[in-house]
Design a protein around this ligand. Structure first.
Ligand SMILES: [Zn+2]
Length: 382
């Protein structure tokens, strides 16, 4: 796919967010970053709910608020909370899903204080303790600097780099999903189209059970007529490889998404591909994990998902063979660019979505008429 003329601007937006350290219920920095992004663009509105979820919407005056397209992405990532310090030993509690066999001794850690981008120190994982095969707690050794109670850790890899056509980061899931929503909002704030209503819902604490999304559902923060799209980085699968385009997600490991809306997303892909035959997309069941579309679908929303295939899901290396350990996550640049492009197509033609949602029903109604005609012309003999 030839590079999109806005790709560098999109990667810059992604870099700004991916460089914010984060963990579940420790989303201070990415949340502040998204808020600053919204403040800098008068064409957008910003709202914050009681638990710190953020809503950034176009247009800034809230027009079209009855049935906006809502792009949901979460601001946290699996990591440890720092619970206690004994000399150079740190006691850690894990928040998120990582298999125990990957959290190996010597895995590199950076220690953070809440709300500060610069690490206070660095260390290595000593011993991990698990339950049901997943990491629950661990001890680590401080090698440089300090660690502070109440802080958190990230695996010590760069926040953002581009290597061999891939975005490589300690945290693609899900800051890159949030970055895709920011790219769409930025494009809308620049071009100011009329009759478009698109919101980004930036949630907290997805990795420990969709807490932020469930709170937004409970508080009815999103109107019932909205169309809700979960933007995720989802574990790359043999049937959904990296570099083969963004994925229209028919479901996750927990549920199947709204069929008419999912079909509308696929129809949008077909449209983009008509315009540019080099645009790639996939339509798959991404059951390597669960996502916030399950929370919205379960509450009766018309919701589905778009994701980009993720390498080293939750920083786990060797998921498909090879040495098990901890490494940076990755997403193909072309998949990310394709995702933003697809989302722009969707939000710009948001009013046509209802029609696209009826595509399958209409096609079947038409074919039923053909079938009746054919059976009348060719009755069974004898
Ligand atoms: Zn995740």
């Amino acid at each position: 796919m030839p590079a999109h003329p806005r790709l560098n601007a999109w990667l810059k937006l992604a870099q700004g967010l991916l460089e914010c350290p984060t963990a579940a219920l420790r989303e201070d920095l990415p949340a502040a970053h998204v808020a600053a992004f919204a403040h800098a663009r008068p064409a957008l509105f910003l709202k914050r709910d009681a638990v710190g979820n953020l809503l950034v919407g176009y247009p800034g005056n809230g027009a079209g608020a009855k049935a906006p397209i809502v792009l949901v992405a979460h601001l946290d990532h699996p990591g440890f909370w720092i619970e206690a310090i004994r000399g150079r030993t740190v006691e850690l509690l894990f928040k998120g899903g990582v298999r125990l066999e990957h959290a190996v001794k010597g895995a590199p850690l950076a220690f953070y204080r809440r709300g500060e981008a610069k690490p206070t120190g660095f260390g290595k994982l000593e011993k991990s303790i698990g339950a049901n095969g997943r990491v629950v707690s661990a001890t680590a050794r401080i090698e440089r600097g300090t660690a502070e109670c109440g802080g958190f850790t990230m695996w010590d890899f760069p926040g953002f780099s581009v290597r061999g056509g891939k975005i490589v980061s300690r945290c693609c899931d899900d800051l890159l999903g949030a970055a895709a929503a920011m790219c769409v909002l930025d494009e809308l704030a620049r071009s100011k189209p009329k009759g478009v209503a698109a919101w980004g819902l930036f949630t907290r604490a997805e990795e420990i059970g969709f807490y932020g999304a469930l709170w937004a559902v409970k508080e009815r923060w999103i109107p019932r007529e909205a169309r809700v799209i979960s933007l995720e980085c989802s574990r790359a699968l043999a049937v959904a490889p990296q570099g083969a385009g963004p994925v229209v997600r028919v479901g996750d490991s927990a549920s199947l998404f709204d069929p008419p809306f999912t079909e509308a997303l696929r129809q949008a892909c077909v449209r983009v591909q008509k315009e540019d035959p080099s645009f790639l997309y996939q339509r798959k069941l991404m059951d390597g994990g669960a996502c916030e579309a399950t929370a919205f679908c379960s509450a009766g929303y018309r919701s589905s998902g778009i994701c980009v295939p993720l390498g080293n899901y939750h920083n786990q290396t060797g998921l498909d063979g090879g040495k098990k350990g901890i490494g940076p996550e990755s997403v193909a640049v072309s998949d990310f660019a394709g995702e933003v492009r697809l989302l722009l197509e969707l939000v710009r033609h948001g009013r046509g979505l209802a029609k696209l949602e009826g595509t399958t029903r209409q096609a079947m109604a038409k074919r039923t008429k053909e079938a009746v005609k054919a059976f009348r012309a060719h009755p069974l003999r004898g």
